[in-house]
Design a protein around this ligand. Structure first.
Ligand SMILES: [Zn+2]
Ligand SMILES: [Zn+2]
Length: 362
C-alpha cells in the first residue's frame, strides 16, 4: 500500500515536471528572468579584436543628448564603433537616427551599462537597426519589459551576451578599452552593476562610469586600478551618490561630461557634485546646456565641441520611399516626378517591385 502511493506520487511529480517543461519550451517569446545565462557566451574579451587599425588617428566620443539618460557613441576614423547605452525607450529613434547620421551601419561593441531604462531603453531598437558585433552586459538581471525587450532583440538577431568582467580589455582599432567594474556579483543597487570602461587612445584617456555609485568607486580604488583619465563621464548624472572626492582625485580629469535632462525631477546634477568638480578645477560640460557634445582626441589633445543637432530631414528615418499610382520607379519625398500621387512604401517593399528613380538619385 505504502509502495503504491509512493509510485503515484512519483508519477504525479513526473507529469507535473513534464508539463512545466512543455509550457516553458512552447512560449518562445517569453523571456524569463534568468535568460541572461541562456544568451551568455563565455568568450574571452581579449580575443575580440576584430576591428581595423585606426590610420587617421582620431577618436570621436559623442555624448548624445538623450535628456535624463545616457548614450555615448565612440567612433574612430575607420568607423569602428562602440555604443555605451542608448537612452530611454522614448529616445530609440533619436539614438538610431543619430548613429545613422554618422554613416554607421555596424556597431562593433554595444555596452548596456546596467538594466535601468534610462540606459538600456533604446538598446533593442539599436540592435534591431544595425549590424552588431558584441553585446557586453553586466551580470545583473531585471524583470522589466525594457530589459526583456533587449534580450528579445539579442535573441532575434542570434547574438549572445558577453558578460562584463572587470580586468578584461578589448580594442577598438588602436584604442584600448579596459573594463574596471563591476567588481562584485551582488549589490543592493542596480547602479553599482554599471559596466565601467576606461578607453585609452595614445596619450588620452576617457572614463565611462554609467551610474556607478560610491560603493563601486570604492572597490575600483581598493583594487588599485589606474583610474587617471583626461575625461570623466560623471557617474549617475551628477547625483551625490557618485563622484566621491577620493575617486575624483584618483581620476583627476581635465574635463567632465554630465549627461542630464533639463529641470529633471532628481535635481541632477547636485550642487555637491558640481562643487567637487569645481574644487578640482575640472571643466564641466552638460548635455542639458549644450545638447549633443563631441569630444575629439588626436591621441594628444582632446577638443570638446557642442555638436549641431542632427538634421532629421537629411536622414532616412523610416526607410520609406514614395511611389506613384502608375509609375514603375520609387522616389525620394521631394522628387519632381511625384506630382500627381505620392504613396509611401518601405524601401524594402519598393525594392521588390520597383526600380530607383534616376532623377532624385535615391
Ligand atoms: Zn541613469
Ligand atoms: Zn541607473
Amino acid at each position: 500500500m505504502f509502495k503504491k502511493s509512493k509510485k503515484i506520487i512519483s508519477l504525479i511529480f513526473f507529469i507535473a515536471l513534464t508539463l512545466l517543461f512543455t509550457a516553458c519550451s512552447t512560449s518562445n517569446t517569453d523571456i524569463s528572468n534568468n535568460e541572461f545565462e541562456k544568451y551568455k557566451k563565455e568568450d574571452q574579451l581579449n580575443t575580440l579584436d576584430n576591428t581595423k587599425s585606426n590610420n587617421d588617428n582620431i577618436i570621436k566620443v559623442h555624448f548624445i543628448d538623450v535628456g535624463q539618460a545616457d548614450s555615448i557613441l565612440i567612433q574612430d576614423s575607420n568607423n569602428n564603433t562602440i555604443l555605451i547605452d542608448a537612452g530611454n525607450n522614448d529616445d530609440s529613434d533619436l539614438v538610431v537616427n543619430y548613429i545613422k547620421s554618422q554613416d554607421i551601419d555596424t556597431i562593433n561593441y554595444i555596452v548596456g551599462t546596467h538594466p535601468h531604462e534610462d540606459h538600456i531603453g533604446g538598446l533593442d531598437s539599436v540592435i534591431d537597426n544595425f549590424d552588431i558585433g558584441k553585446v557586453i552586459l553586466p551580470k545583473a538581471t531585471s524583470t522589466t519589459k525594457t530589459y526583456k525587450d533587449v534580450l528579445l532583440s539579442i535573441k532575434n538577431k542570434k547574438l549572445s551576451i558577453t558578460p562584463a568582467i572587470a580586468g578584461k580589455s578589448f580594442f577598438l582599432g588602436d584604442a584600448k578599452c579596459e573594463i574596471l567594474a563591476p567588481n562584485n556579483s551582488e549589490y543592493d543597487d542596480l547602479n553599482n552593476y554599471s559596466v565601467v570602461i576606461k578607453l585609452t587612445y595614445k596619450n588620452n584617456s576617457f572614463l565611462f562610469t554609467g551610474d556607478c555609485e560610491d560603493v563601486s568607486e570604492e572597490e575600483m580604488l581598493s583594487l588599485g586600478y589606474n583610474l587617471k583619465s583626461d575625461l570623466l563621464k560623471v557617474g549617475h548624472h551628477g547625483s551625490n551618490s557618485s563622484t566621491s572626492l577620493s575617486f575624483l582625485k584618483s581620476v583627476s580629469p581635465k574635463y567632465a561630461i554630465i549627461s542630464v535632462g533639463k529641470n529633471n525631477k532628481y535635481n541632477h546634477p547636485t550642487q555637491e557634485t558640481l562643487d567637487k568638480l569645481n574644487s578640482q578645477n575640472v571643466n564641466i560640460y552638460r548635455t542639458d546646456e549644450l545638447g549633443n557634445i563631441i569630444a575629439t582626441s588626436d591621441g594628444d589633445n582632446i577638443v570638446i565641441n557642442k555638436a549641431s543637432p542632427i538634421n532629421s530631414t537629411s536622414i532616412d528615418t523610416t526607410q520609406y520611399v514614395y511611389i506613384t499610382k502608375t509609375g514603375k520607379r520609387y522616389h525620394k519625398k521631394n522628387c519632381s516626378f511625384l506630382k500627381s500621387t505620392t504613396i509611401p512604401i518601405s524601401l524594402k517593399e519598393a525594392q521588390k517591385s520597383y526600380t530607383p528613380c534616376s532623377k532624385c538619385d535615391i
